[in-house]
Design a binder for this molecule. Structure first.
Ligand SMILES: Cc1ncc(COP(=O)(O)O)c(C=O)c1O
Length: 365
């Protein structure tokens, strides 16, 4: 007789990430270079300082990592202007989207988010047997007023990504401040800022201020995007010490690899790489937006390293046709946007290849 899983798991659908390059190669037997524009990885690649640090330390990998990430936390604290007790380091920021619900949600509590926010929260909430509520976007931004109206006595966690994945839009300092200050006590607000380094606008919230004010806010950031270290899996949370020590109780020992800690610490100091990456993304964004405009394709102006667009043809067919040409993008049906796709901004060569393929397909759908 099979072992009976917890009832809550009946509701859980595993997360499907962007299709890996290796998988498409296997499926289609494609020999040419495959362009993956599906997971918002960095077009500028890995920080050279991180690569050098990793090479130097590769022979130490028989040792366990430093479980408390002492040097990495110290580096991050200095970089962010907070105390080390304000920081939690995780195996990707995604790990925190699991740990926070594990720490705070009991069966029947509510996890409130936007329908167009990163999807992992749905899995975590459902695993905990919590109620998952997602409010639809308005004008391609999270509908903060509707989210506030949806609050009720069961709401325990609010999760918001700013900028939003998949919309690529952001909320201003005032919008986030008004929202955070209007949330009653006893609710954890998770502000996921995975793409904040790409934002070129000074009107972005200084969310660390909420942590300094001891608000129930947990900020999530990552080394996967701007630093080009998605494969090393490191993200971190910034929150008041009480929240950090609560979440730490759910943590798996050695959750951050030894190589990862070394790479991230070096990457933090690689300001040249950060500026090169931002420049490359800005150039790519300008090019892609310009091409979409020339083609009359609707897109959502983005402040991240990806663009969401409505190609005007069947997205499933477009996805398949692009794959045949060795290009992987992300259809957005899972985010309630069946007519949209999300495209990571790649290198100029990759962007041009994508545009050429898109034009050919749109001309002969
Ligand atoms: C909004 C958002 N948060 C978190 C993540 C996951 O980041 P990490 O690689 O740090 O787990 C992503 C990845 O695409 C994301 O888009």
């Amino acid at each position: 007789m099979p072992v009976e899983p917890r009832k809550a798991l009946d509701e859980v659908r595993p997360y499907i990430p962007g299709k890996p390059i290796e998988e498409l190669r296997r499926e289609l037997g494609i020999e040419d270079e495959i362009v993956k524009l599906a997971s918002n990885e960095s077009a500028a690649g890995t920080s050279p300082k991180a690569i050098e640090a990793m090479k130097k330390s590769i022979e130490e990998m028989y040792l366990y990592p430093d479980d408390v990430c002492y040097y990495l936390k110290r580096g991050l604290a200095k970089h962010l202007g907070v105390a080390e007790e304000n920081i939690f380091t995780g195996n990707g920021s995604v790990e925190l989207i699991l740990y926070a619900p594990l720490a705070y949600l009991s069966s029947g509590d509510e996890f409130l988010t936007s329908e167009q926010a990163f999807l992992i929260g749905k899995i975590s909430a459902k695993v905990m047997g919590a109620v998952f509520t997602a409010v639809p976007e308005k004008d391609y931004k999270h509908d903060l007023n509707a989210m506030r109206d949806a609050l009720n006595e069961k709401t325990k966690i609010i999760y918001l990504d700013n900028p939003s994945n998949p919309l690529g839009t952001k909320h201003s300092r005032k919008e986030i401040e008004d929202f955070v200050y209007s949330i009653p006590d006893g609710i954890l607000i998770m502000l996921d800022e995975a793409y904040y380094e790409f934002v070129r606008d000074s009107d972005f919230p200084d969310s660390i201020q909420f942590v300094k004010e001891n608000k129930n806010v947990l900020i999530l950031r990552t080394f996967s995007k701007i630093y080009g270290l998605a494969g090393m899996r490191i993200g971190y949370g910034i929150a008041p010490p009480e929240i950090i020590s609560t979440i730490r109780k759910t943590r798996i020992p050695f959750n951050v690899s030894r190589l990862g800690q070394i790479a991230e610490l070096a990457a933090l100091e690689d300001e040249d790489h950060v500026s090169r990456t931002v420049q490359l993304i800005d150039e790519g964004k300008k090019y892609l937006s310009g091409e979409f405009e020339k083609m009359g394709v609707f897109y959502i102006p983005s402040c991240t390293n990806f663009i969401t667009l409505k190609p005007g043809i069947d997205v499933k067919k477009l996805f398949a046709k692009l794959q045949k040409r060795g290009i992987i993008i992300r259809p957005l049906a899972g985010y309630g946007m069946p007519d949209f796709i999300r495209v990571t901004i790649g290198t100029m060569k990759q962007n041009k290849r994508f545009i050429k393929a898109l034009k050919e397909i749109l001309e002969k759908p």
